[in-house]
Design a protein around this ligand. Sequence first.
Ligand code: MOS
Length: 743
Amino acid sequence: MSNAIGKPLSRVDGRAKVTGEAKYAAEFNTPGLTYGYVVSGTIAKGKINHIDTRAAKSLDGVLEVFTYENRPKVAWFDISYNDQDAPPGSPFRPLYDNKIKYSGQPIALVVAETFELARYAASLVEVTYDVEPHETGLEKHIDRGHKPSTGIASLLKPPPPKPQGDFDKVYHESPVKMRGTYVHAVEHHNPMEMFASTVVYEKNGKLTIYDKTQGVTNSKMYVTQVFGMSNDDVRVISPYMGGGFGSGLRPQYQLFLAVMAARELKRSVRLVLTRQQMFTFGHRPATVQNIALSGTTDGTMNALYHDAHAETSRFEDYTEVVVNWGAMLYPVTNTKYDYKLVDLDTYTPLDMRAPGGVTGFAALEIAVDELAYNMKVDPLDFRLKNYSDRNTAEDLPYSSKELKACFKQGAERFGWSNRPLEPRSMKKDHNLIGWGMATGMWDANQMFASAEAVLTVNGKLRVSSATADIGTGTYTIMTQIAAETLGMPTEDVIFRLGDTEMPFSLISGGSWTAASVGSAVKLVCQDLGKKLFKMAQQMPESPLKKAKLEDIEFADSRIRLKSNPGAGVRYVDIVAANGGKAVTESATALPDLLEQRKYARNTHSAVFVEVMVDEELGSVKVARMVSAIAGGRVLNPKTARNQILGGMVWGLSKALEEETAMDNVYGRFMNHNLAEYHVAVNADIHEFDVIFVDEVDHIVNPLGAKGLGEIGIVGVPAAIANAIFHATGKRVRDLPITLDKLL
Ligand code: MOS
């Protein structure tokens, strides 16, 4: 056994990434490549009255300017279509007709021999509009919220739970209660890598597409359906991503436009969106939530109400799980929920790291802090008192829940026991100091996934699956899983991903990739091991001849007898005996749904924060943060810690900085650039500490690992807001907590 799992192996793709050897979607070159540039619309609603492309087209080197007037007819315009992450509704169809549905909508695509020329030509396109009144701004239109339509999507994003007990009566009669309204701003995806597709047009009309995506199989499904192409004619490749976070879960309009142009011009096309255009599609929706909690004077919570209004577009019902979490976490039996969408003249929102979870917990865990304060109970004591070993909402036991260990170890590391309960009781110079905490939760799902394993002619192992490494460390942990299963050094294992020629895998999202693809990698390596064992037994004078599967182990790149580790057969010798031919196996790992459905399967976190609030300036510094995580078996403590640190940084960014401001007069997001859309930078980040508590889980998947991509962010905004309350005595329920809200 190589014991590769659990080692802090550095990223196997790290060198390629820092040397520039790793290629991203816009970096693949091909002879005769042409370049696209998108013209974005400037009104929120109405019709294109006239679009004049003559000046642009007259330039030498401009190949075409596509608009709704001359775009080709594609299959999609007649059929209905879904992608792996599509909410109910009808997906936006670029250049479909002259209607404008949101500000920033693509209205023309210029294709030219160079990027600079395409960009210049785009500036010459003249457009006049018939403007119609638009509706933007969630709070302004909150009264016309509607119940979301449900579809296949509700399997993963279930509607609010049914009410339990009698919330109204219990709340009314309880001695301690709170009620609050929590408002969240819109946030936009700002991964380092912009959306890009390089579409290589092959002789016979086949396409090889380098796409920025969290799922090559999803992009391929999109292209084949939308353009009515056969499976054999489309290959999508995406070996690296400059940040996913949910932004790449759905195909974006640059993919449609680049493929359309390549097919029409019979040329290869590259299309990259600008940073400004990254603000013209999916975003974390603005949300308004109401929470009411009540309890008894001994510190027990007895009733919970949670509702949310979130924005969506006119054409799709984007839904998140925002209000469901309360009784999944706390043993509260009188509950009531509501969740409504308000359709606006904006683009459909999109999943963003822990979609719904971070929103719901930011409200819920501030509300819990408020209730604890109304009871005069320490917020950590409150959570220990209201601890549950069952998911009360669904009446299911947890497959594992070591949240208590998170509370204990996190509090110890942070020094929570020294905390005075009273707000405004700690001060240093002109800074008020506050300590706050919160809990987080996320799902631990397993999806089906396939993988292939090849023992190569030189006795090395090559494993592949059409999944993605969205920056999370997939390459590295899959290498470790394969190495461990077949008892090989990690240097002798190569894992490949991001190509639709590889075995099928779904989009990489929902924190399910480690569990899903990891299980497939483990299974295919086990199957390959069995195959090799049979081959080894047939070799002349094999010491394994009489052995049974339970008598052997895979170690030192050999199959050897447990009873006599000296006796074994090397993998290289098996390949040699096979006539020097590689040995291949493939497998699909399916989740054991019958068993898994008997349990609630979640990750948990406890987050502790120290803030320093400048009394005169209202500025907030997060001086320390400790996150204790219960995430099952940790496959690689280094990449796992990276995941949680990233979540903590983004949680801070969400709590204090990120906000896309809508100008309701123009119906347009105004700060659509990194100068005015603030994200946390190095100077904002101080002492961050991550703890992984031991958690054994035999239910979630054969690896016992839970995904860590999203749990890192969930509890952070509430913990910061609660620390700010403790520092200042001000309860801010409106994120981000910018300094104007503290003065
Ligand atoms: Mo994550 S928001 O499912 O990429």
